[in-house]
Write a protein of this length. Structure first.
Length: 107
C-alpha cells in the first residue's frame, strides 16, 4: 500500500510538472478543467482522464494550435463530454445507478 501511494505521488508530481511546461493559456485551462473534474471524481481513475486531457494539450501545443482549438467554444461542453465518455469514474454514475435501483425496488 505504501509503495502504491509513493508511485501515485510521483505520478502526480510528474503530471504537475508537465502542466507547468505548457504555455500560460493551456496551463490556466488545464487547472480549470482539473478543478471541475475533481468535483465529479469517484476514484483514482480520474487521474488517467486528466493525463489524457494533458496529452491532448501537449499535442496541440506541439502542433502550434491554440487552446480554443482543443476545447472548442464552450469549455463546459468539452469537460462534460469527457466525463460522459468516462461515467464509471464519476459520482454521477453511482447516483444514477442508485436512482435506478431505488425506482426498480419501489412499492
Amino acid at each position: 500500500m505504501f509503495n502504491k501511494f509513493k508511485q501515485q505521488k510521483r505520478e502526480y508530481r510528474d503530471y504537475k510538472a508537465r502542466i507547468s511546461a505548457l504555455p500560460n493559456d493551456y496551463q490556466a485551462t488545464m487547472k480549470a478543467l482539473e478543478k471541475y473534474f475533481w468535483n465529479w471524481a469517484r476514484g483514482d481513475g480520474m487521474m488517467a482522464i486528466l493525463i489524457s486531457v494533458l496529452e491532448m494539450f501537449e499535442n496541440a501545443v506541439a502542433d502550434g494550435s491554440p487552446v480554443e482549438f482543443v476545447v472548442g467554444e464552450d469549455i463546459a461542453e468539452f469537460a462534460d463530454a469527457i466525463l460522459a465518455d468516462n461515467p464509471e469514474e464519476t459520482w454521477l454514475n453511482k447516483q444514477r445507478n442508485q436512482l435506478r435501483t431505488s425506482y426498480k425496488n419501489r412499492g
